[in-house]
Design a protein around this ligand. Structure first.
Ligand code: DC
Length: 335
């Protein structure tokens, strides 16, 4: 006899939500452990005290788990505990290594057991993507992958070698020789080009526009997308860029598209650059951002575009905390 555990969350305390969440959880447990329903002797459910509208045991019975003995209990309220959560313990007459299943918000309970989760954030320059992505990654204790930095590193390499940024021909060899590594130090991404840390250098305004130009080329995108998928395929991460939800990870668990008015975006970049000691002119910066938007959203391959299933958030008049809270609410709602 083995015991398999599982948990999931619902968005609202409604019978239909509970029924479908219980069915999904039990079906996943059965399929991932390759067990038969008949081998489940009993299932014990416990749900958080904010769930009243339906018994998980009844939902299990209705989902076809008639041969097991079923029991539901309610947990006391725990401060700071996960909300709207249903836990299950299955006693199974089989001799296998149990594969515990944590779905939706319950993944946060057991990151070690949970499936990999990818949060895709796309949007134009200055929409707040990277600030928010870093904070989300910190709060969920997962990796942050800044894909813009990768295109910036390609652009820096091109600028240093003097290839014509507009002509793809020059990039075929450049991409073959490119030694680009993304490494992490104390949770922060470092972009390494030919063994050299270029994380700061790639933030220069001349590199921004060049990155937008080189990212038009198919051979550049192919190489970058392959690297991005390789990283995101192995580990949970928040990944930001222009084509993440549409091309890089069309099956990402969560997709967001952030926007803000050009003035707000230019002001954010202006503050960021001046804080770093760069001398920049607000109007020039705004023109650059608009030119970059145009180039990024009108290119033939993987243009900047909101995925059909991405949540759109206009951050123009929102604080960082507000955007973060809204995104977490959306994530919780979906999981
Ligand atoms: O996010 P960023 O400003 O660092 O990106 C620099 C440029 O790189 C951006 O103007 C377009 C390009 N880019 C891209 O084409 N696809 C991505 N996923 C990320 C960035």
């Amino acid at each position: 006899m083995i015991v398999i555990r599982g948990a999931t969350t619902i968005a609202q305390d409604e019978p239909q939500e509970i029924k479908s969440a219980v069915k999904e959880l039990l079906d996943q447990i059965v399929s991932r452990n390759k067990i038969t329903r008949d081998s489940i002797m009993s299932i014990v459910f416990s749900s958080t005290s904010d769930i009243h509208s339906y018994y998980p045991a009844k939902a299990a019975r209705e989902a076809g788990f008639e041969t097991s003995s079923l029991f539901s209990a309610q947990e006391p309220e725990i401060e700071g505990g996960l909300k709207l959560c249903i836990r299950a313990m299955l006693f199974v007459e089989q001799n296998i290594t149990p594969h515990h299943v944590f779905l939706r918000g319950a993944r946060a309970l057991r990151k070690d057991l949970a499936d990999k989760m990818n949060i895709a954030i796309d949007g134009p320059a200055g929409s707040g993507k990277s600030t928010i992505a870093k904070l989300l990654a910190r709060d969920y204790n997962i990796l942050y992958l800044d894909t813009g930095a990768m295109y910036r590193a390609c652009a820096l390499k091109a600028l240093e070698t003097g290839v014509d940024l507009e002509r793809e021909e020059g990039f075929v060899d450049l991409m073959r020789e490119l030694a680009l590594d993304i490494v992490y130090e104390d949770g922060a991404q470092k972009t390494m080009l030919d063994g050299r840390d270029v994380s700061e250098e790639i933030r220069q305004p001349r590199v921004s526009m060049a990155a937008s130009t080189v990212s038009k080329h198919a051979c550049v995108r192919m190489k970058m997308v392959e690297k991005q998928r390789e990283i995101a395929g192995k580990i949970s991460c928040v990944i930001d860029g222009r084509d993440i939800g549409t091309v890089v990870l069309p099956d990402a668990d969560f997709k967001f598209f952030l926007t803000a008015s050009p003035d707000v975006r230019a002001k954010r970049r202006y503050d960021e650059m001046t804080a770093k000691g760069y001398e920049v002119d607000f109007n020039v910066l705004k023109e650059d951002i608009l030119a970059r938007d145009k180039q990024d959203s009108t290119r033939a391959i993987a243009p900047l575009r909101q995925a059909d299933d991405a949540v759109l958030i206009d951050t123009s008049s929102m604080t960082i905390d507000e955007v973060l809270a809204e995104m977490k609410r959306r994530i919780q709602e979906k999981i």
